[in-house]
Design a protein around this ligand. Structure first.
Ligand code: GBH
Length: 453
């Protein structure tokens, strides 16, 4: 094999940004400390029947106290960057008003620690822990403005030391899944019309957030978001199927990513919603379409599409068969090619200046061996496959700059509690001991050689 760093068909570009990702409510714990206000996830997880086993994020990985140890884990992996999220209710316990300095101090300590370890901080401003005090949550348009104020404030406080800010994480998950199907906080099942308004407030929060960050942050600050578009893979790699999958990407993401990248809702989306279409005020779409410095996507799974001349859309989305391979999370079909086709369609449709994978990873059926180690061979297989398709994207010259593995360590997996674990470090939730899994050893080597291993 060629020595590490030699450009060949297996290498990643020099300086490729390998990282790990986490989110505040999933790892921090310290839910009532230093003036943090309750979030909708505190309320939801403490409501009987909402989360597996009644698990909560009260303690989680206790990263609020153990962050130096977590920085040491990152350093031992050799990652160049760490994506974490900021808990809005630590900064504004009631969502707005007077900032809580103790909350800001925590992120100052974290960021200073990362910089001292030579690791680039990438912050998500909202990864679902909405302050519970905000009346009506995302049903209320005022929440979008409250988010922008908070985002601008934080970027103003942190941009002297870090560049990369993501407004929100995964619009679908905190809008539809919180307000339409109700599996996530706040657990509501609203009518489609009301849920469409929640979606609009979500993209509006992102857009107003971009504007507020630019108005308050130091010059040179880079703004994007971490979105999880529905991704469509051409069933067969022929021009007509490729075109069909690309059209599906644009159409099916009309309420979120397409609106953000194009600054408008597609006519096909609006007409399909009819009288349920959201109320849009003057200026909203311009804010939503604010130009971005980069686009990050969380990539886990996707569907296959074939060209279908008989359909008015020109394509047909194919159902997953019952025997399709899945990881333990019921939704996590193994579809490694989504990483390449997702990036390629986005690049061809909208040409973002820079692309990142802000999350990729999987739950696995982890067992601690007699030697204390987790040999998560299935996770290694999963990651190796996805990263192979990532390398294709890089090799073909797509502007892909980095990859954040979800997740640094086992953590609170939302409605699945601690029953589905995504870490490349095992966490013993009784002792809080972190232990690298086989996948951590694999990732360390990938980063070291910067080519497929
Ligand atoms: C990400 O979501 C999150 O950003 C992260 O916090 C999370 O821990 C990680 O992935 C692993 O789940 O059964 O119909 O309710 C991943 C994307 C999309 C996965 C919605 C779960 C629920 C489908 N998610 N999906 S449903």
């Amino acid at each position: 094999a060629a020595p590490a760093g030699t450009p060949d068909s297996l290498s990643f570009p020099p300086g490729f940004l390998w990282g790990c990702a986490t989110a505040s409510y999933q790892i921090e714990g310290a839910a009532r400390e230093d003036g943090r206000g309750p979030s909708v996830w505190d309320v939801f997880s403490h409501t009987p029947g909402r989360v597996a086993n009644g698990d909560t994020g009260d303690v989680a990985c206790d990263s609020y106290h153990r962050y130096p140890e977590d920085i040491a884990l990152l350093k031992a992996l050799g990652v160049k960057a760490y994506r974490f999220s900021i808990a809005w209710p630590r900064i504004f316990p009631e969502g707005r008003g007077k900032p809580n300095q103790k909350g800001v101090d925590y992120y100052n300590r974290l960021i200073d620690g990362l910089l001292a370890a030579g690791i680039e901080p990438h912050a998500t401003l909202f990864h679902w822990d909405l302050p519970a005090a905000l009346p009506g949550g995302w049903q209320n348009r005022d929440t979008s403005y409250a988010f922008a104020d908070y985002a601008g404030y934080m970027a103003g406080r942190l941009s002297d030391r870090m560049k990369h800010f993501m407004t929100v994480n995964e619009l679908l998950c905190f809008t539809d899944l919180g307000y339409l199907t109700g599996g996530k906080a706040p657990g509501l099942k609203l009518l489609q019309k009301d849920a469409n308004q929640v979606r609009h407030h979500g993209v509006l929060a992102h857009g107003l957030g971009v504007q507020a960050i630019r108005a308050n942050a130091k010059a040179g600050t880079l703004v994007g978001l971490a979105e999880n578009p529905s991704i469509y893979v051409p069933a067969i790699e022929t021009p007509e199927h490729i075109e069909a999958a690309k059209k599906a990407m644009r159409d099916q993401n009309a309420m979120f990513l397409t609106a953000i990248m194009e600054g408008r809702y597609l006519d096909s989306y609006l007409s399909a919603q009819g009288s349920d279409a959201p109320v849009v005020k003057a200026g909203d779409m311009a804010a939503i379409g604010s130009p971005l410095d980069f686009l990050s996507i969380n990539v886990y799974t996707g569907k296959m599409v074939r060209a279908d001349p008989a359909s008015p859309t020109g394509y047909a989305v194919l159902p997953m068969t019952g025997e399709a391979p899945r990881m333990p999370s019921r939704w996590l079909y193994v579809t490694p090619e989504v990483i390449y086709w997702g990036l390629r369609a986005i690049h061809e449709l909208w040409k973002p200046k820079a692309l990142y994978i802000s999350e990729n990873g999987c739950s696995a059926d982890d067992k601690v061996s007699a030697d204390g180690k987790v040999y998560d061979t299935d996770r290694v297989m999963y990651l190796r496959n996805y990263v192979t398709h990532l390398q294709r994207a890089a090799r073909e010259g797509l502007p892909i700059r980095g990859y954040f593995l979800w997740s640094l360590m086992d953590n609170f997996e939302w409605e699945d509690g601690y029953t589905k674990l995504f870490g490349i470090h095992h966490v013993d939730f009784k002792t809080q001991k972190r232990t690298p899994k086989l996948s951590a050893d694999w990732y360390r080597e990938l980063i070291r050689v910067n080519r497929l291993v």
